[in-house]
Design a protein around this ligand. Structure first.
Ligand code: FES
Ligand code: FES
Length: 178
C-alpha cells in the first residue's frame, strides 16, 4: 500500500490543467519551493508533495479538524485552503512538534492521559491545542472546550483530551517558563 493512501477516505487530487504556480513557504522550519496546480489544497500539498502524512483527511469540508495545521500562528483546516494561499506562510504540521527525536510536552501528555485510541484525529487535536497554548499558556476550561469543539473524535471521548491539554499547559508553564 502506498504510504499516502493510509486512509481509505483519502481523495486523490485531480489536476486542473491550469498553468502551475510557483509556491514558496516555510514548513516545520524548512524553506520549500514547488510548482503547484492552482487548485491543489494545502492538505494535498503537504501530503502529496512534501510526504508529510501526519496531517489527515476525513471530511474534506472543514468540519472535523483532522487536517488541522498551524499557519502563521493560527490553527486552520488545511483541506479548505488552497496551497497557493499559503505563499510566504510559516506552517507547522504535527511532524514539527517533536524536536531532536523527543516528543513535545503536549504529545507526551496525550500519551500519559490516554487521550487517543485509533489516533486518526490526534494530529488535528495536537495542532489545534498547540495553537491555543502558544497564544494562551493558561487557558480556562471553557477556552479549551471551545477549541476542542472544532475537532471531532469518534473513539476516545473528550475528557482525556481535555486533561492532556490542561496537564501540558501546567507543565509548559513550569518547565518552559511560559
Ligand atoms: S478533513 Fe479538513 S476539516 Fe475534516
Ligand atoms: S482517537 Fe480515534 S477518532 Fe479520535
Amino acid at each position: 500500500m502506498d504510504d499516502h493512501k493510509d486512509c481509505s477516505m483519502y481523495t486523490e487530487h485531480v489536476e486542473s490543467g491550469k498553468r502551475k504556480v510557483t509556491l514558496s513557504l516555510t514548513v516545520n522550519g524548512q524553506f520549500v519551493v514547488r510548482d503547484v496546480d492552482p487548485s491543489l489544497t494545502l492538505l494535498h500539498f503537504l501530503r502529496d508533495e512534501l510526504q508529510l502524512f501526519g496531517t489527515k483527511e476525513a471530511c474534506g469540508e472543514g468540519e472535523c479538524g483532522a487536517c488541522t495545521i498551524i499557519m502563521n500562528g493560527k490553527a486552520v483546516t488545511s483541506c479548505i485552503i488552497l496551497a497557493v494561499e499559503a505563499e510566504g506562510a510559516q506552517i507547522t504540521t504535527v511532524e514539527g512538534l517533536a524536536k531532536d527525536g523527543k516528543l513535545s510536552i503536549l504529545q507526551e501528555e496525550f500519551i500519559s492521559q490516554d487521550a487517543l485510541q485509533c489516533g486518526f484525529c490526534t494530529p488535528g487535536f495536537l495542532m489545534s491545542t498547540r495553537a491555543l497554548l502558544d497564544n494562551n499558556p493558561n487557558p480556562t476550561d471553557d477556552e479549551i472546550v471551545e477549541v476542542l469543539s472544532g475537532n471531532l473524535c469518534r473513539c476516545t471521548g473528550y475528557i482525556p483530551i481535555m486533561n492532556a491539554v490542561k496537564r501540558a499547559a501546567e507543565r509548559e508553564r513550569k518547565e518552559l517558563g511560559r
